[in-house]
Design a protein around this ligand. Structure first.
Ligand code: AGP
Length: 612
């Protein structure tokens, strides 16, 4: 996700900005830029690509000044390009803004400002901030703080921003809502950053900004106010983290950090795309007409690994709610087996990285056969996004751990929303049901947070079973893809041989594996198949197997039969996969840690498989 670094002090700003942005590189980005105030004038340099390219540019065309803001961008709205890189300026280039977050109402604001004569240099949501501040600053006697406060009151969505302006060339204004921002304190020097790693080289004394707070940072002090203008007293804290643990936000591994980021990733992925009261569902980059939606007579999901498991959940959702025949294909199989698809087939490619070679190949094959191809991707402007006729981005932010976690649950979120989008266009379910299902989805992040509070309980269970060299995951319906995903998580980070199976398949072979050394993890949430799953649990117990059940809160029957249980908040069957996978992610994580495995970079694995 994006990174902010800003400096104000007695030395040249650029070296601090570049060093600080480099410390934020691990967060993932596709472009970088800086702006400084030098003798009261704004200078900036920004480019798609890596910081090293920005450095080269600055060596050719240096910019001076002891006040500056810098940014590394992870594209969400607007592809990676020089123009879309931050900082963004107003019409006259007299102020510069860097921003992390998503401005949900930027399109309407952009239209209104354009009508007032503002011209835009980018396709980003962020640029509207610069022009709004410009607009408010024009009002006689308005201070930079007041103009920014007025701007932020209009903004819907999340932001962390740093602003410099020629009108008041001796300060940096920083503010946040829903995206972290901290201020580093040092004698005569102040730093602003998205998170701690970028600060630690200079200071460990920091102030955390809270949501809806705005800071005015000069070369000698920091003043914090609320958006209403009330003064807020802030205490600084001393950070004791070492740089490496700081990059993981204090978590031991990126994977654990990303498991905990899932509620925010879901909120960001939903943000600006739905409205319950109007059953509004919108995807910016879909390029998909109603007529095309009605023409579809078959859907094919194609992907690899965890993304393929997301497609399996999609199969259930599409057939149940959109009522179109749907299948799921491994990309490597689909691309080489002469699939029968045509202009009435919708092929949906799913990929976190957007660079998986087999999935790219599957898209080419589908397009060659005349199919409409859309993709669900986490990387804006990636190959798969560009090769598709339309794309829906997950806003999970960069996923650094090799094992996919937040990418998976945001994929499920998009698939669920897209199923409702198609169902609405094809009138396959009543609008009232669409509205209810949107409401059900909006409740998910809070329910995820309740599961994450059980982390220690799950760690304790993992410690009971970490010596097992085999494991079986069972589920029915949408629990089956989750069983597969839980097995993949365990095998790829702890090297335990784990298999996922439809629970009903037990008696067709796997039951021969059951003994006291085989932990069997069973998805036993309340639902249409619950009673059947109870029977499967009994089959395992009757053969001396150990059962760990994932159950709905308040469950009694499955709980009685299991050796260990992990309860998750109740939700609808359509959303159950998004919640029931969380305990399995943590279960796999703690077994891998206990077995001393390299959780973030497991042996033999790459984060993106860009070769066949
Ligand atoms: C999942 O934890 C693995 N990292 C792997 O199976 C991954 O899902 C697969 O390689 C597909 O990657 P993609 O989503 O980037 O296309």
């Amino acid at each position: 996700m994006c990174g902010i670094f800003a400096y104000i002090g007695t030395k040249e700003a650029i070296p601090f900005l570049l060093e600080g942005l480099k410390k934020l590189e691990y967060r993932g980005y596709d472009s970088a830029g800086v702006a400084t105030l030098d003798n009261g004038r704004i200078f900036s340099s920004k480019h798609a690509g890596k910081i090293v390219e920005l450095e080269t540019e600055l060596q050719k065309r240096p910019i001076g000044g002891k006040i500056g803001i810098g940014h590394t961008r992870w594209a969400t709205h607007g592809r990676p390009s020089d123009e879309n890189s931050h900082p963004h300026c107003d019409c006259k280039g007299e102020l510069a803004v860097v921003h992390n977050g998503i401005i949900e109402n930027y399109l309407q604001i952009r239209r209104d400002l354009a009508e007032e004569g503002h011209h835009f240099a980018s396709t980003t949501d962020t640029e509207v901030l610069a022009h709004l501040i410009e607009k408010f600053l024009k009002k006689r006697g308005t201070s930079l703080e007041e103009a920014i406060r007025s701007t932020l009151k209009i903004i819907e969505g999340s932001y962390a921003i740093a602003v410099i302006a020629q009108k008041e060339p001796n300060k940096i204004i920083a503010a946040r809502k829903g995206s972290p921002l901290i201020i580093g304190l040092k004698e005569g020097e102040f730093f602003v950053s998205s998170d701690i790693p970028a600060m630690l080289k200079y200071t460990s004394q920091i102030i955390y900004l809270n949501d809806l707070e705005i800071a005015t940072i000069t070369g000698y002090d920091v003043k914090v106010q609320s958006l209403k203008g009330d003064k807020i007293k802030k205490e600084s804290v001393l950070i004791s983290w070492d740089p490496e643990s700081a990059e993981k936000g204090g978590y031991s591994h990126f994977m654990l950090k990303e498991i905990h980021e899932q509620p925010k990733a879901i909120r960001d992925t939903i943000a600006g795309r739905v409205k319950i009261e109007s059953s509004f569902i919108h995807f910016d980059e879909l390029n998909f007409t109603e007529e095309e939606a009605r023409k579809i007579n078959r859907i094919v999901f194609t992907a690899c690994g965890t993304s393929w498991h997301a497609g399996l959940v999609g199969e259930y959702l599409m057939e149940q709610y959109v009522k179109i025949p749907t299948e799921v294909e491994y990309a490597a199989e689909f691309r080489y087996r002469h699939p029968i698809v045509d202009e009435n087939t919708l092929v949906i490619a799913i990929s976190q990285s957007g660079e998986t070679a087999d999935t790219v190949g599957a898209i080419w094959e589908a397009k060659a056969q005349g199919a409409k191809v859309i993709s669900i991707c986490n990387v804006v402007g990636s190959t798969i996004a560009r090769e598709s006729h339309g794309v829906i981005y997950t806003y999970a932010g960069p996923e650094i751990g090799v094992a996919s976690t937040k990418a998976f649950t945001t994929q499920l979120t998009i698939i669920y929303l897209f199923a409702l989008y198609l169902a609405k266009k094809r009138k396959s379910i009543p609008i009232s049901e669409v509205k209810k299902m949107i409401g059900d989805l909006i409740e998910i992040p809070d329910k995820m947070e309740r599961i994450l509070l059980k982390e220690k309980e799950i760690e304790k269970i993992a410690k009971k079973y970490y010596k097992s060299n085999n494991a079986l995951f069972l589920g029915r319906g949408k629990g089956f893809p989750v069983a597969l995903e839980g097995a993949l998580k365990l095998k790829e980070i702890s090297y335990v041989h784990a298999e996922g199976y439809p629970a009903a398949e037990m008696k067709h072979g796997p039951i021969a594996l059951i003994d006291k050394n085989m932990p069997v993890i069973v998805l036993a949430l309340q639902g249409r198949r619950y009673e059947k799953v109870l029977g499967n649990i009994e089959e395992v117990k009757a053969r001396g197997g150990m059962v760990i059940s994932i159950v709905s809160e308040g469950d009694k029957d499955a709980t009685e039969k299991a050796d260990d249980i992990i309860a998750v908040p109740s939700t609808t069957e359509a959303l159950s996969s998004i919640l029931s996978v969380i305990p399995l992610q943590l279960f796999a994580y703690y077994i891998a840690v206990k077995r001393g495995c390299h959780v973030d970079q497991p042996r033999n694995l790459a984060k993106s498989v860009t070769v066949e």
